[in-house]
Design a protein around this ligand. Structure first.
Ligand code: 3PG
Length: 213
């Protein structure tokens, strides 16, 4: 089950990092993102009642095998459990927490912890992580990934933070297959322009495809 989810995350390529100020808005944004071809949603725990949103999304898209709803900003095992009980298929964090890793291993759901150093990456791998979230990735840049992948080729690095249509090609060239994208995708949602969210999502999906062909 864990492998299947990891393969789907790789296939989908882009993970939309969803921050919103209400469950209702998070649902509207997800709808717009999925209409634009995005299939992996990281619903963050900064959304008030995030678990309610995850549960609703899981129910709404239960017939879409290709859509993956996971949880983001999961700082501890208790939150991971809440997310998992709501239906989250993967757990993402800006930090690495060994107890959260142990919880995710027990239930065989991918844990993608936030790492900024090679030592944190090693600790995360030893705790069972196969993908780590490089966060905030705009601070280090794609060259960092390329260098780290020399000693750690078996580690999948998902950059997150500041990824845009313009710079995503550099991350893919550096060896990244899964990209976390928040602000660049969600900007139009600030003014409730959901059609534009769909259009932007489509642009990201198309560009990802072109770059990985
Ligand atoms: C986050 O945790 O918010 C993500 O890393 C997304 O960052 P972004 O909004 O800069 O894309």
């Amino acid at each position: 089950k864990k492998m299947q989810t990891l393969q789907a995350l790789e296939k989908n390529g882009i993970v939309a990092v969803l921050r919103a100020d209400s469950v209702e808005k998070a649902l509207r944004i997800t709808d717009a993102l999925i209409a634009g071809g995005i299939k992996s949603i990281e619903l963050t725990f900064t959304v008030p009642n995030a678990d309610v949103a995850i549960k609703k999304l899981t129910e709404l898209y239960q017939d879409r095998d290709d859509v993956l709803v996971g949880a983001g900003t999961v700082l501890d095992a208790q939150t991971a459990q809440t997310a998992q009980m709501a239906g989250a298929k993967f757990i993402v964090a800006p930090t690495f927490d060994p107890e959260t890793a142990a919880f995710c291993n027990l239930y065989q759901i991918p844990y993608i912890p936030g790492c900024m150093t090679v030592n944190e990456m090693k600790a995360a791998m030893q705790a069972g992580a196969e993908v780590i979230k490089l966060f905030p990735s705009n601070i280090v840049g794609p060259a960092f990934v390329k260098d780290v992948k020399a000693p750690l080729p078996q580690l999948e690095i998902m950059p997150s933070g500041g990824i845009s249509l313009d710079n995503m090609g550099n991350w893919i060239k550096a060896g990244c297959k899964i990209l976390g994208v928040g602000g660049s995708l969600l900007k139009p949602a600030e003014t409730n322009d959901f059609a534009k969210v769909t259009e932007t999502a489509r642009a990201f999906v198309d560009k990802y495809q072109q770059l990985t062909e």
